[in-house]
Ligand binder design. Structure first.
Ligand code: DOR
Ligand code: ZN
Length: 351
């Protein structure tokens, strides 16, 4: 009951899954209430590949919100082996595409149409390098021979570093970093490389997936790693290094698809993402750097001004327990529960 408060510019979410159809309608309001803008992932079925598909998807997102709601979905293109540099360029120049997302084929949910050979996408990468368009990378090898917990580190060595040497001017975001290897790789880069970090990878390590039994709602990709990796993520998130910023990777799946024989990867944190990050920064005695991580660094990378309106977070007073689920029946979705207290709540600025 300290009543501690912090006021910051409205945050943005630089990595978000909004889905489509009924699921979109169920969840979009949680992100739109808090975040000014979000980089929207294109891994629908079928994926968002060309500007017309992104425009139509953006319209469906807007239609799922009340008329005139100011939330701004920033669309991305899904990279395939046959992506056309002219389409990607046109989408970027028209302001519909803000980035291209690279999923290695087979690495994660709806990545089947992703990239199978890096050589195939060289013309697109060359074009993106020329026009300054960011490439957002799911940095895991899909090679089944590689241990699941090593896939990020191996990707950096086998794929990311050679790609960046081939396209030194390409602007790259290594998405949802989970390892000390990724943190060190980004920190060592001279330019053109940034990383997003999720709330859940700041709060849980891989033990959470096996606590007392198998916990499908703690399973996402890249999977949570050992404690030393989590500590490295926390240290860099609160360090004030503006190459690291918030991307929630909120990725809802209906409970029945997670609590299944072959459960889907993805953690739905939109209802408490900002509160979780505030909790982490508070625990690290770094609340003065929260605004940089959630509201400024990402905007700076994407060449946008921070949001001009503000949001107030408050500690202690009537703090919310994490919401257990949203939606009903077939659409019930579990909300991320870190298993430790979240003592922050949003006191004003929700919309
Ligand atoms: O856990 C994940 N879920 N990781 C991804 O890369 C994709 C996401 C999803 O779309 O469900
Ligand atoms: Zn994602």
């Amino acid at each position: 009951m300290t009543g501690e408060r912090i006021e910051i510019a409205r945050p943005d979410d630089w990595h978000l899954h909004l889905r489509d159809g009924a699921m979109l309608h169920t969840i979009v309001g949680f992100s739109a209430a808090v975040f000014g803008r979000a980089i929207v992932m294109p891994n629908l079925v079928p994926p968002v590949r060309v500007p017309e598909e992104a425009e139509a998807y953006r319209a469906r997102i807007r239609a799922a919100l009340p008329d005139g709601h100011p939330f701004e979905p920033l669309m991305t293109a899904y990279m395939t082996d046959s992506a056309d540099p002219a389409d990607i360029r046109a989408g970027f120049e028209n302001g519909i595409f803000h980035a291209v997302k690279l999923y290695p084929a087979g690495a994660t949910t709806n990545s089947e149409m992703g990239v199978t050979r890096m050589a195939a996408i060289r013309p697109v990468l060359a074009e993106m390098e020329k026009i300054g368009m960011p490439l957002l990378v799911h940095g895991e090898v899909a090679d089944p021979e590689v241990d699941v917990f090593d896939r990020e580190a191996v990707y950096i060595e086998r794929v990311l570093e050679p790609m960046r040497r081939g396209f030194p001017g390409l602007r790259v975001v290594l998405e949802h970093v989970t390892t000390v290897d990724a943190v060190e790789y980004v920190r060592a880069a001279e330019s053109g490389l940034a990383a997003t970090i999720t709330p859940h990878h700041l709060m849980i390590n891989r033990n959470a997936i096996f606590r007392g039994g198998l916990r499908p709602h703690m399973y996402c990709l890249p999977v949570a790693k050992r404690e030393r990796h989590r500590l490295a993520l926390r240290a860099v998130a609160v360090s004030g290094d503006s190459r690291f910023f918030l991307g929630t990777d909120s990725a809802p799946h209906p409970r029945r698809d997670k609590e299944a024989d072959c459960g889907c990867a993805g953690i739905f944190n939109a209802p408490n993402a900002l509160q979780c990050v505030a909790q982490v920064f508070d625990e690290e005695r770094a609340l003065d750097r929260l605004e940089g991580f959630v509201s400024r660094a990402g905007a700076e990378f994407y060449g946008m001004a921070p949001n001009s309106d503000r949001i107030v977070l408050e500690k202690g007073v009537g703090s919310e327990a994490p919401r257990e689920r949203v939606g009903v029946a077939d659409h019930a979705i579990r909300v991320f529960d870190p298993g430790t207290p979240i003592s922050w709540r949003i006191a004003s600025g929700l919309r």
